[in-house]
Design a binder for this molecule. Structure first.
Ligand code: FMN
Length: 212
């Protein structure tokens, strides 16, 4: 199985980039012909995962489906209140923790090493290819004078949309996933170098199905 950093690093070295720069993902491609109605029919939580990574292309496709840009003006595959893109997707792979930038289609390394097991107490979190942590940042609303309670509610709406995008994409790809509300938010915030204005709303474990 190709390693994501290694594969992306080859691309970067070829392009003359330094490793400290964000890793450029491939453009997403159309990887499934399943209809939306079929994806809705097959959507479910499944906690059985095969070991092994996603390829860079598979990861790029997953992240685009979760929260990528789908129009030239930079708007996303899910709707956001008052146009505020206040939710960021962090990716835990066996190689590190990365921050997804949908506009640049890049992954920024936040912490090196395999921290998947730290995303939850359930055994499967360390086995599945990735755990996606959804992080809501209230600081983006400071200029708006919106009530804090409203900003929180809208943030959860954004996470809900991302989470369902991932469920449907997994159904379309024949992958498994489960969203999780139980995790050690305090320790993860330290690892992910989050500021006090950033909160992890949910984490979603995603990976391929085990072969029978
Ligand atoms: C907000 C939220 C939190 C959840 N937390 C967990 C969790 O911590 N661990 C887990 O295994 N499943 C968790 N789930 C998944 C639910 O258990 C699952 O969605 C539910 O059993 C219904 O099954 P389905 O998704 O297959 O329809 C969570 C789901 C939601 C929406």
């Amino acid at each position: 199985m190709r390693k994501i950093i290694t594969a992306l690093l080859v691309v970067m070295v070829t392009a003359g980039c330094a490793f400290s720069e964000p890793l450029k993902l491939p453009a997403h491609d159309k990887a499934s012909d399943m209809t939306l109605v079929d994806a809705l029919t097959f959507r479910r939580s499944d906690r059985n995962f095969a070991e092994g990574d996603f390829t860079p292309q598979e990861l790029a496709n997953l992240l685009w489906a979760a929260g990528g840009v789908n129009r030239p003006d930079g708007k996303l595959v899910y709707p956001v209140a008052m146009g505020k893109q206040d939710t960021t997707i962090y990716v835990f792979t066996h190689e590190g923790v990365f921050k997804y930038d949908p506009k640049e289609n890049t992954l920024e390394l936040v912490a090196e090493g395999d921290h998947r097991a730290e995303t939850g107490k359930q055994d499967f979190v360390a086995k599945a290819a990735v755990n996606l942590a959804y992080v809501h940042d209230v600081s983006l609303w400071e200029d708006m004078k919106a009530p804090a309670e409203l900003v929180q509610r809208w943030g959860f709406a954004h996470t809900g949309a991302i989470m369902q995008n991932v469920y449907l994409y997994c159904a379309a790809m024949g992958w498994n996933c489960v969203v999780r509300g139980s995790f050690d938010a305090e320790n993860l915030a330290k690892l992910m170098k989050l500021s006090p204005s950033q909160n992890i709303t949910l984490i979603q474990t995603v990976g391929k199905r085990p072969q029978n």
